[in-house]
Design a protein around this ligand. Structure first.
Ligand code: NDP
Length: 332
């Protein structure tokens, strides 16, 4: 069934952990053969996520050599042995989550492959999937946000951050966002944050949050930065509030004594998206809902830049250097 699939492809290989210098752009990588349960996708837009840098540096362990990247959109060009799965067909325009995305072709898991609604413009699905699903599952499952809740969102102008701002606005929450520059603050406000604090400049961060919320603090914190903001999170969260620590952009949170939580009966979570969408049913339901939100509520899939695949080192440098807002995409 496969037609005109080449033997070799372009892609980015990482043979050992390290800085951006370990990202090797290659033009002679073998095109993968899909196994049972997989579809071969010719990628048109590849999503970059902060997690890719953790696998590059070794903060998260993974087998090397490795093609990084967790998501892309493109067209199914062949299916694995065992026939059609989940009604996915050659020629379908799809978005998928898996591994080895930084390449022209990927053998993607059929269970995490979704047909893109025809009304979504090119590139939007790749810009939305992983970060949008993270935001949606965080506000539903980590802490089910309610109308009128004060919610603190760190790195509000980042990839996940902008989706959180927009979705929280739709559900009627009152978002207090953080960002490190005036431009990022403006952008997060445009995307739904009601209040913004420059956490790089504000000397009394806890006081600044409490000035907005009153002494009761916020109902929930969504913190992607990790180490730098963790102590502040425990200060600004209210009695019976929830701290959701879901990332490490400033480094991992050091171990702490759980007895500290009893001061305000605080709940604390360290979730991963992958455990919220582990089954086909969960993945499909949340993905369909995310695209519905984008279409019906006119959500904005902000793309910082679409980099050529060969410029991967520059893209990682920009992301880690806090130079970006929204999504970084790659074009093979
Ligand atoms: P972002 O676009 O949010 O990441 C970059 C932003 O993080 C920067 O622009 C910066 O914003 C902020 N940041 C704060 N401190 C630092 C620092 N010390 N170094 C670099 N950046 C910093 O990326 P993503 O949206 O892809 O991911 C955000 C976070 O969420 C990551 O930690 C990622 O691992 C996590 N994540 C977790 C998931 C999960 O399942 N648990 C799923 C998806 C993402 P500013 O300049 O405003 O401070």
């Amino acid at each position: 069934m496969a037609t005109s699939i080449p033997k070799m492809m372009k892609g980015v290989l990482v043979e050992k952990t390290g800085g951006v210098e370990v990202l090797e752009y290659k033009t002679d990588l073998p095109v993968p053969t899909p196994k049972e349960g997989e579809v071969l996708v010719k990628n048109d837009f590849i999503g970059i996520n902060y997690i890719d840098t953790y696998f590059r540096t070794g903060l998260y362990p993974s087998k090397k050599p490795e093609i990084l990247g967790r998501e892309a959109e493109g067209t199914i060009v062949s299916t694995g042995p065992g026939g059609e799965l989940y009604n996915l067909k050659v020629g379908d325009r799809v978005v998928w989550m898996g591994t080895s995305a930084y390449a022209e072709y990927t053998a993607a898991p059929a269970s995490k492959t979704h047909v893109i609604p025809s009304s979504l413009p090119q590139g939007v699905a790749a810009a939305a999937l992983l970060q949008g699903l993270t935001a949606l599952t965080l506000i539903r499952e980590s802490y089910h946000v309610k109308k009128g809740d004060f919610v603190l969102v760190h790195a509000a102008a980042g990839g996940v951050g902008l989706w959180l701002c927009q979705l929280l606005k739709v559900v009627g929450a009152r978002t207090i966002g953080t960002a490190s520059t005036a431009e990022k603050i403006e952008l997060a406000k445009k995307n739904g944050a009601e209040f913004m604090i420059n956490y790089k400049e504000e000397k009394d961060f806890v006081g600044a949050v409490k000035k907005i919320t009153g002494p009761e603090g916020v109902r929930a914190v969504f913190d992607s930065t990790g180490k730098d903001q963790f102590e502040n999170d425990l200060e600004v969260v209210g009695r019976k509030g929830t701290v959701v620590s879901y990332g490490n952009s400033s480094g991992a949170v050091p171990p702490f004594a759980i007895s500290r939580l009893s001061a305000k009966n605080v709940a604390i979570l360290r979730p991963t998206l992958f455990n919220y969408i582990a089954t086909r049913e969960e993945f499909e339901a949340y993905t369909a809902e995310l695209f519905d939100f984008i279409i019906k509520d006119n959500l904005n899939a902000r793309v910082h830049e679409t980099y050529p695949l060969a410029d991967i080192a520059r893209a990682h440098t920009d992301l880690e250097g806090r130079k970006t807002t929204g999504k970084l995409l790659l074009k093979p």
